[in-house]
Design a protein around this ligand. Structure first.
Ligand code: DGL
Length: 277
């Protein structure tokens, strides 16, 4: 694997696999290396400093595996760590490497999602508190009204494979009701956490039928394709033999078992130690 230059895909746990799945489908020829920080997930309710520290450690690990381009397939990491990595750390320590997130590819399309101009954002506590979605969307589309709702119980439900069980209904209904109490004319809901597409069957049960539900995977994949076309100097640093590898900071066996739910096919994983960076 030493000769390969895979595209790195990072998430706090399994959620990024919902993004990787779409990327791989659109750009199958590239090599990919996924890293899930399962030992320290969830990130959603951690401080800015902690999320930054964990994310930067994982990005550097992916750099050490020869990834020239890393996608933070995690909203919490994109909201709390991406800007610092891009502006402060890469220029000094890794000027040739690139790190991209999932917020920009989503927010730049926000106007297309809603007819009423009222857009709901469902996300982790960390993403909501960062205000990143509100700021970015206002920058592109000042006329869009953005309503946010933190859903702190959703990631634990998904990570514990309880997202389709009867226990999930209570928390899905609760957060959706809280969001619609903010504005009844919301006609589009953005699932701004890479874990949430797994909850779609439950979410659709509690959302009025005319409301559009938007998952990020396809948006991020299309945006990456466009990025690679516009940046041939980065594209040529990404090898293309169609290989996929999976790393986790926790048990490889658990990862392989659970990852299928998110990725849609069986994977084999390898456990890594981050202190080896
Ligand atoms: N999947 C991540 C996101 O998109 C966060 C999950 C977590 O809380 O770690 O925000």
């Amino acid at each position: 694997m030493d000769h390969l230059q895979p595209i790195g895909i990072f998430d706090s746990g399994y959620g990024g696999l919902t993004v990787m799945r779409e990327i791989v489908q659109l750009l199958p020829e590239y090599d990919y290396l996924y890293l899930g920080d399962n030992a320290r997930t969830p990130y959603g309710n951690r401080s800015f400093e902690t999320v930054f520290h964990y994310t930067w450690q994982c990005v550097q690990y992916l750099f050490s595996c020869n990834c020239h381009l890393v996608i933070l397939a995690c909203n919490t990491a994109s909201a709390k760590a991406l800007r610092t990595i891009q502006q402060r750390y890469l220029p000094v320590s890794f000027p040739e490497r690139r790190v991209l997130g999932v917020i920009r590819p989503t927010t730049e399309k926000a106007r297309e999602f809603t007819l009423t101009g009222a857009l709901g954002i469902l996300a982790t506590q960390g993403t909501v508190q960062s205000g990143s979605y509100v700021m970015e969307i206002k920058k592109f589309f000042p006329d869009v009204r953005v309503y946010q709702q933190a859903c702190p119980m959703w990631v634990p439900l998904v990570e514990n494979n309880e997202h389709l069980g009867p226990g999930a209904d209570y928390f899905v209904e609760k957060y959706i009701q809280q969001l619609f109490q903010q504005a009844a004319d919301i006609d589009a809901l953005l699932l701004a956490c890479t874990h949430y597409p797994l909850l779609l069957p439950k979410i659709s049960k509690y959302v009025p039928p005319h409301v559009r539900l938007i998952s990020q995977g396809p948006l991020v994949a299309t945006s990456l394709k466009d990025y690679l076309r516009r940046h041939p100097e980065i594209d040529q640093c990404c090898s293309k033999t169609g290989r996929r590898d999976f790393l986790t900071t926790d048990s490889a066996e658990w990862f392989a078992r659970q990852a299928t739910v998110f990725y849609g096919e069986k994977v084999e994983a390898q456990q890594i130690r981050l202190d080896a960076v």
